[in-house]
Design a protein around this ligand. Structure first.
Ligand code: ZN
Length: 398
């Protein structure tokens, strides 16, 4: 049934693509410039006082691309090139990464960002998600595919599912990390006996929980997107939430980057604002680590790091590698400036004032710490004390 639905969706999309290209050709044959209307989306603005409407999924303006404007000719050209590739992928029922597409015409595309924008334009034009175009993400796809056989995220715990006919039975070995396939749309038959889902920022923390056999004593599903979550990770989490209707808690480092990761899970990223509805986890709760945890759980002074000028360079580069311009642009920002900028986001004031308060506290104290710093007193502190007590006391903010 689901398969038939996907086939008709693809057929529908192919029909729309053909109609679109036909109308362009007709315009050109008549000597007219085609006019391509691209809606603009954003998931937040930087004016918490403004009476904005960022919370709605409606477009926040539109741009008309035309050959009459020289600056737009290249954008239209690239859009049509990528559209042709997408059409081939769909017709042949194959998948390709954004990077694969770039390498099909590197001299024309000039940069990966050109392909990324063309794909975003196509999704907006045809009102679909990137996965509908049979296009998968870039960096994680290319590198992680090699490292872990095509998987971008890890999962363990009280869960069973199938993907393209393959069985994933995490229940058979509760402390084993199962890599989840990139093609999340083919995940089906999800069965779970879990009481909640725990998303952890870092793979090291995930492995710590696996070593501690966390899921044997806690009836949950643990997921990690290995840092900044890519589209597959967010789609998989969204799928679990929709099918299982379980509470979702998120555990990140107590620093601006950890908070950025948390915000991306919950509110989506600006680059994918046009597809926020299929990617965000609107009910996600922040389990920790909060600035106040350092006192409550006695994190020693030497584990508290100042919010410095350099920030976390490695993590920063990682973010900018897997994600596009906005992160790259922020490469020069310090921890403090980045935190100040995040405090302005309208969604925090509107929906998560408690999160905003914690962020303000972080800024006021001027210190950050990693989740692992909580383990200073005992290696299993996270799995035996911290996480269970937070879950029990509902210590996470909604
Ligand atoms: Zn706004």
């Amino acid at each position: 049934m689901e398969g038939n639905f996907q086939i008709s969706e693809t057929t529908n999309l192919l029909r729309k693509i053909k109609e679109f290209t036909r109308s362009i050709v007709e315009d050109l044959a008549e000597g007219k410039s085609p006019e391509i209307a691209i809606n603009r989306f954003r998931n937040y603005c930087n004016d918490p006082e403004a009476d904005c409407f960022c919370s709605s999924d409606e477009p926040k303006g539109r741009e008309i691309l035309t050959l009459r404007k020289r600056s737009q000719t290249y954008r239209i050209d690239m859009l049509l090139r990528v559209l042709l590739i997408v059409q081939q992928l769909l017709q042949e029922n194959r998948h390709g990464s954004k990077r694969d597409i770039y390498y099909m015409h590197p001299s024309a595309f000039k940069a990966q960002s050109v392909v990324d924008r063309a794909i975003a334009d196509i999704c907006i034009l045809f009102q679909c998600s990137r996965y509908n175009l049979n296009v998968v993400s870039t960096w994680k796809y290319s590198i992680t595919v090699l490292l872990s056989g095509g998987m971008s995220l890890l999962v363990m715990g009280w869960l069973k599912f199938r993907e393209a006919g393959r069985k994933f039975d995490c229940l058979s070995s509760l402390s084993t990390a199962f890599p989840v396939p990139v093609l999340v749309e083919e995940v089906e038959d999800i069965v779970s006996l879990a009481e909640y889902i725990l998303v952890v920022e870092k793979e090291t923390v995930f492995q710590r929980l696996a070593n501690d056999m966390f899921c044997k004593t806690n009836r949950c599903i643990v997921v990690t997107g290995r840092g900044y979550p890519d589209v597959s990770t967010r789609r998989f989490l969204r799928l679990l939430m929709e099918k299982l209707q379980l509470p979702v808690h998120c555990l990140v480092d107590c620093d601006p980057y950890g908070f950025e990761i948390l915000a991306t899970y919950r509110f989506g990223s600006m680059q994918m604002a046009y597809d926020i509805e299929s990617l965000r986890a609107p009910e996600m709760k922040w389990l920790g680590a909060f600035p106040s945890d350092s006192e409550i759980y006695g994190v020693p002074q030497q584990c508290l790091l100042p919010l410095t000028e350099e920030g976390k360079i490695i993590k920063h580069l990682y973010l900018s590698l897997i994600h596009s311009f906005s992160e790259t642009r922020q490469l020069s920002l310090t921890d403090k400036k980045r935190t100040e900028a995040m405090l302005l986001r309208c969604y925090l004031k509107r929906e998560m004032p408690q999160w905003r308060l914690e962020l303000e506290t972080m800024l006021k104290r001027g210190v950050k710490f990693e989740i692992e710093a909580l383990s200073v007193h005992s290696l299993s502190f996270l799995s035996e004390v911290y996480i269970p007590s937070k879950i029990r006391s509902e210590g996470s903010f909604h």
